[in-house]
Design a protein around this ligand. Structure first.
Ligand code: ATP
Length: 199
């Protein structure tokens, strides 16, 4: 799986639709302070499901929408599309290219799409589980994160290895099944109470 292209529009400092091709010639992005380098990695995190304003270096989620300058009005929505080459089938979809889109309006209404088909955020998260990509993946290492990993608690570190080893997908499904089982047991107890009342 390779990161091919990123489209950013109305997101943070990117007012106009901007296309960034990550071909093999790109090894780093340089620019003056405040020119928007980190906004590119924020855009990648956001499109892959980051929902914490703090992790996106803002105080409210709305802060990701272009807020305007002296000469320009703010925009009504932010949209980011990320395109992955999937020749190796690492993303479990039968497509050579997988495109993920996230759009958010000032009302905070959000739209997620996989290859232009509307989906839930959960679908995107599941698609990238155990690929190392995603808001909890380790393909993007933020400033200070390495220190965080080294000094984290053993349980936290174990979680990192489980994600890398491909175990976390099954842990998540196990947790969901346990919750369903618990709900079913509660329903059963309620039913037994009703039956007892009726007898
Ligand atoms: P540094 O080298 O200092 O880390 P950088 O190139 O990584 O800087 P960023 O942090 O990506 O820069 O971008 C900061 C710029 O983005 C600031 O000029 C800020 O005003 C602008 N910015 C952030 N959010 C918005 C927004 N919602 N609307 C408009 N501009 C924004």
């Amino acid at each position: 799986m390779i990161l091919k292209t990123l489209y950013i529009q109305g997101f943070k400092s990117f007012l106009h639709k901007t296309k960034i091709d990550f071909n093999e010639d790109i090894t780093c992005i340089v620019g003056p302070n405040g020119s928007g380098k980190s906004n590119i990695t924020d855009a990648i995190n956001w499109v892959l499901g980051e929902n914490s304003a703090k992790s996106l270096r803002g105080s409210r989620m709305e802060d990701v929408i272009f807020s305007g300058t002296d000469k320009r009005h703010g925009t009504g929505f932010a949209e980011v599309t990320i395109v992955f080459g999937n020749d190796d089938g690492a993303i479990p979809l039968d497509f050579k290219e997988v495109q993920i889109t996230r759009r958010m309006y000032r009302s905070l209404e959000s739209v997620f799409m996989i290859n232009n088909v509307k989906c839930r955020l959960k679908d995107i998260k599941e698609l990238f589980l155990d690929t190392g990509i995603g808001k909890d993946g380790y393909s993007l290492i933020g400033q200070g994160q390495i220190e965080g990993i080294l000094s984290s608690k053993p349980e936290d570190r174990r979680q990192i290895f489980e994600e890398a080893a491909g175990v976390s997908k099954y842990k998540l499904r196990k947790h969901e099944s346990e919750l369903k089982l618990k709900r079913t047991m509660e329903n059963l107890t309620r039913l037994q109470d009703i039956i007892r009342e009726l007898e």
